[in-house]
Write a protein that binds this ligand. Structure first.
Ligand code: MTE
Length: 434
């Protein structure tokens, strides 16, 4: 047992709560002017999805999500509004062999878009930095600019990191706790691990003239404005405290060894290890660096905990992800009775490497340790397996429960929050033994 036990968010740098700032803290009109001049083309026409070879005709109707460019074969993805959820049963082929190693291939990686994937021309794109936290306080009209070639000339770094939506697992609020919540009803496939290459955000900020007065940075995406319920919230943008920005944030231009693809943020995106996915702004066009706290709807109205257990106006802006587990198995999978099965899964935490994974095959009455393989990584998931020989046919509930090196573990029940963020409770995985 570690002597230092932390609960979630304790390791996160302090963020502005902004109860006073519901509206944008930035000059919206300037920002919009800048975005439209930044080289983003109109949202793409729907790409005709290609069919995976060798699939039966009846299954060959892909269900593309409007606004996502890459093909979304039904055996890899579940479409969810403007998003595509990765299927956990796609980690193994029909013989149970692993088809996904430590990192999820780009074509199988989940997509979370507030609106639609923009096609940004890498040749005319530049990252524009401005604000009171930079030397000389460059303005939005006259920013410090870096083209893709400039970024590639700065020292590069490669990291492994998970991107996970804050709403991953949201559907279990209803199905396990009878608590309806709005928003995308993700099961557990709003997460993926990849290898990212790029330049540390700290490096870019310093090259742009970072001063000691900087407090917050605000990266803004080049995707179309997010409009919901008749309100135009403007382009997707979410402030980061300078301490996190200087710590481990990457401005990535490669994913799994290849240039970023349109759906995952080309030509450059942020990768904010351990934090809710919204922090990892895709298609980043500008970064404001300010000597005061910054606000956008994404740290005031959204991505905070609201509900009876939280302060009026919401809890702190969300930061670290919680501990989770998933089986590489379909919900409702059929397994043969009287045979040995090797069950595979993965566990992860936004705070520290996973230390222990326990599995129950009897609905949570008894637990035993799963066998980890492939190493345990702080910013990545831990893969594991457990053997199970169910003797009698019937319906069973599998459960997996992980604990990280900080002692964070998964509760039986997740305290309710109105938007259904950060569901970290143990998930019941039904299977039928035949
Ligand atoms: N950045 C922009 N510009 N627009 C978006 O809609 N979605 C965010 C984040 N960055 C988003 C964005 C959310 S909520 C998540 S979970 C991740 O991107 C998803 O990254 P992915 O689509 O590459 O998996």
């Amino acid at each position: 047992m570690d002597d230092e036990v932390r609960t979630r968010n304790e390791s996160a740098p302090k963020q502005a709560t902004g109860h006073e700032a519901r509206a944008d803290g930035v000059d919206r009109r300037s920002l919009l002017r800048m975005v439209s001049a930044a080289g983003a083309l109109a949202a793409p026409a729907l790409a005709a999805p290609t069919l995976a070879p060798g699939r039966a005709a009846a299954e060959e109707v892909p269900r593309p999500v409007p606004g996502i460019v890459k093909p979304l074969p039904a055996e890899w993805f579940v479409p969810r509004g403007t998003n595509a959820e990765m299927r956990w049963d796609a980690f193994r082929d029909a013989d149970g062999e692993s088809v996904i190693g430590r990192h999820v291939p780009v074509e199988r990686f989940f997509v979370r878009n507030h609106t639609s994937t923009p096609l940004v021309d890498p040749d005319t794109w530049s990252l524009k930095l401005f604000g009171s936290g930079l030397r000389g306080a460059p303005t939005v009209q006259d920013p410090v600019e870096f083209g893709l070639d400039d970024l590639r000339e700065l020292p590069s770094t490669r990291i492994s990191a998970l991107i996970e939506c804050a709403g991953n697992g949201r559907s279990y609020f209803l199905s396990q706790q009878n608590q309806p919540v709005p928003g995308t009803p993700w099961t557990l496939g709003g997460v993926g691990s990849a290898s990212w290459r790029g330049v540390r955000l700290a490096e870019v900020l310093r090259a742009a003239g970072l001063t000691g007065a900087a407090v917050d940075v605000l990266p803004t995406g080049l995707d179309p404005d997010y409009v919901a319920g008749g309100t135009n919230y403007g382009p997707v943008r979410r402030p980061l405290p300078i301490a996190k920005a200087l710590d481990d944030v990457l401005l990535a231009y490669e994913m799994n060894g290849e240039p970023l693809t349109p759906d995952h943020g080309a030509p450059a995106r942020l990768v904010v290890p351990g934090w809710v996915g919204i922090a990892s702004i895709k298609w980043v066009g500008s970064i404001e660096v300010a000597d005061r706290p910054l606000y956008s709807p994404w740290n005031t109205d959204f991505y905070r905990m609201f509900g009876p257990d939280y302060p009026t106006g919401g809890g702190e802006p969300l930061a670290n992800q919680v501990v989770k587990c998933a089986f590489e198995l379909a919900a409702g999978a059929q397994l043969g009775a009287g045979r040995e099965h090797r069950l595979y899964g993965r566990s992860w935490s936004g705070t520290a490497a996973v230390r222990r994974v326990e599995v129950s095959t009897d609905g949570g009455r008894t637990w035993r340790s799963a066998e980890p393989y492939g190493g345990s990584h702080a910013d990545d998931w831990t893969r594991w397996s457990v053997d199970w020989r169910p003797e009698r046919p019937g319906r069973y509930e599998l459960r997996a429960r992980a604990t990280d090196r900080r002692g964070n573990t998964q509760p039986e029940r997740e305290p309710f929050n109105r938007e259904g963020y950060l569901f970290g409770a143990v998930v019941a995985h039904p299977v039928t033994v035949v």
